[in-house]
Design a binder for this molecule. Structure first.
Ligand code: HEM
Length: 498
């Protein structure tokens, strides 16, 4: 009975919200095309299957309606998706519209106000001090980690050599987790050896939970009734406990630093001290003050998230592309044997040698074009924007969509084909059409680290193994979650070269 009373009230409120929104928006977003929204569901019904249809449907919208379109996110809230070059240039280069969209709230429990999620003066101050940690001279010391952990990855892959079909993305993801853990915190977690330790499992759980939440459309209150809510709480407890313990240990060591000589230090986890990002954060000062424990934790967690799934996605897709393009693999192997004429089987690449791998560099760039690990990212307009005669309202969510730009024939001829040579003379060409690492003030701070890591590990793998398509050939199901993944794995086959 009560429902008969409540329903009209709810309907009245919804219509009221809708009409007042429409009224207040009438001078905005005039003539911006998009699929007609359906009642309060907007365009959401097209996206109900979730991440598996997200990229294709958005691509379909862009093809049908134009380069800059409106997407109705249900309950009358609008999002703008754009692959228009000038609009991309405007958004990326702006130092005003740098706040992330509301979708990033799902990260807050984990990453707090780290570099990815913060904005305003907090972001500016942190970006300034953290930029020093990514100086070339500091990045060079991580090459040892890429190589050491890489040897362990090769051993694991060896046991799969000769099989018809090997799913590589899980192992690669443990490799990148081991690497980033050494780099961010200076500790070994041996993810490759014990992939289901509580900490490793909790990080994986958090990546999945955030991706699920983005596509679940549940309100925060209803989310609290789901199993994921409790899984998230548990995962965060484990992650925060682990990171807090490492921070405490490092602070203790920093306090005792003067008493010990650097060279004799080795921590409880057995890593001889090369400086980790955390060490540099401990030395950082903002307005003369050190970062608080919470700030340190947020930054470390941000590196752990941004620094492992992204590179893992890129390396897995690169190996898939190499396995399915024998002519590309031939050129890659020739380049390796030229750089290491006598010892290609065992060489540990130096920074200088990594920089000589020009063809591999192009293969990685082409991989990041076809398979950008971050297929989209969102901003919130900080003020009204008048762009090419259209007024966009303050607060509007803007989706920047590298996956769409990278696959547009306007910017890349034959966009579906894997052609590394297109990057031969790329420098300076259309920088806002190719943004795997974003661009402008909020670009990826870890770009150089990631490029070195990818060069180092792919060089090792292609010197050790000849890659080939899986038997039967594997067709990947790409899905745009927070990271680009293949829902059915990334399968190839490997033969040992020696
Ligand atoms: C292939 C590997 C990588 C790709 C494709 C990638 C891509 C990106 C993209 C597109 C953004 C912008 C995201 C947004 O606006 O929401 C970003 C931001 C960021 N990335 Fe990366 N990333 C990679 C590796 C790394 C690594 C290895 C690290 C750390 C060691 C890292 C740390 C960060 C951080 C801290 C930010 C936030 C920067 C800021 O807002 O100031 N990334 N990355």
């Amino acid at each position: 009975m009560w429902i008969l009373l409540v329903l009209p009230i709810v309907a009245y409120i919804l219509v009221h919200i809708a009409s007042s929104r429409i009224k207040s928006q009438s001078k905005y977003l005039r003539n911006v095309p998009g699929k007609k929204p359906f009642l309060i569901f907007g365009n959401l019904l097209d996206f109900l299957p979730g991440s598996i249809v997200f990229l294709d449907n958005l691509m379909g919208y862009l093809k049908t309606y134009g380069d800059t379109i409106l997407f109705h996110d249900g309950l009358f809230s609008w999002m703008l998706v754009s692959t228009d070059y000038e609009f991309n240039e405007f958004m990326h280069s702006s130092s005003v519209h740098i706040e992330k969209s509301n979708l990033y709230h799902f990260f807050h429990g984990w990453l707090g106000q780290g570099l990815l999620t913060s904005f305003g003066s907090k972001w500016r101050n942190h970006r300034k001090v953290i930029t020093h940690s990514f100086h070339f001279s500091i990045l060079q010391q991580f090459i040892g980690s890429f190589d050491g952990v890489g040897d362990n990855l090769l051993k694991k892959l060896e046991s799969d050599a000769g099989k018809d079909s090997v799913e590589i993305s899980q192992l690669i993801s443990l490799y990148t987790l081991d690497v980033i853990c050494e780099a961010a915190m200076g500790v070994k977690i041996h993810a490759l050896d014990s992939g289901n330790s509580q900490y490793v499992k909790s990080i994986k759980d958090m990546c999945n939970i955030v991706a699920d939440r983005i596509f679940s459309y549940l309100s925060p209150r209803l989310y609290m009734l789901t199993a994921n809510y409790y899984k998230e709480k548990r995962a965060l407890r484990i992650i925060h406990k682990h990171v807090d313990a490492v921070i405490s240990q490092r602070i203790e060591e920093h306090n005792q630093k003067a008493k010990k000589s650097e060279s004799s230090q080795a921590d409880d986890f057995g890593v001889k001290k090369r400086l980790a990002f955390l060490d540099m954060l401990l030395d950082a000062r903002i307005d003369g003050k050190p970062l608080s424990r919470k700030e340190l934790r947020d930054e470390v967690n941000t590196f752990m998230f941004e620094g492992h799934d992204t590179t893992s996605s890129a390396i897995s897709f690169a190996l898939f592309a190499i396995a399915t393009h024998p002519e590309v693999q031939g050129k890659l192997f020739d380049e390796q044997t030229q750089i290491f004429p006598s010892d290609w089987k065992s060489a540990h690449a130096s920074h200088k040698q990594l920089m000589e791998m020009k063809y591999l560099d192009m293969v990685i760039k082409e991989t990041l074009r076809l398979y950008p690990p971050v297929p989209f990212y969102g901003r919130k307009l900080a003020q009204d924007v008048d762009f090419k005669g259209t007024l966009y309202p303050k607060g509007l969510t803007v989706f920047l969509f590298p996956y769409g730009c990278h696959r547009s024939a306007k910017y890349f001829p034959e966009p579906e084909k894997f052609i590394p040579e297109r990057f031969e003379n790329w420098t300076g060409k259309l920088p806002y059409a190719y943004t795997p690492f974003s661009a402008g003030p909020r670009n990826c701070i870890g770009q150089k680290f990631a490029m070195l890591e990818m060069l180092a590990i792919i060089s090792k793998i292609i010197r050790k193994f000849k890659l080939a398509p899986a038997r039967p050939e594997h067709e990947m199901q790409l899905a745009g979650e927070t990271i680009l993944i293949s829902k059915n794995g990334v399968n190839i086959s490997l033969e040992k070269r020696f």
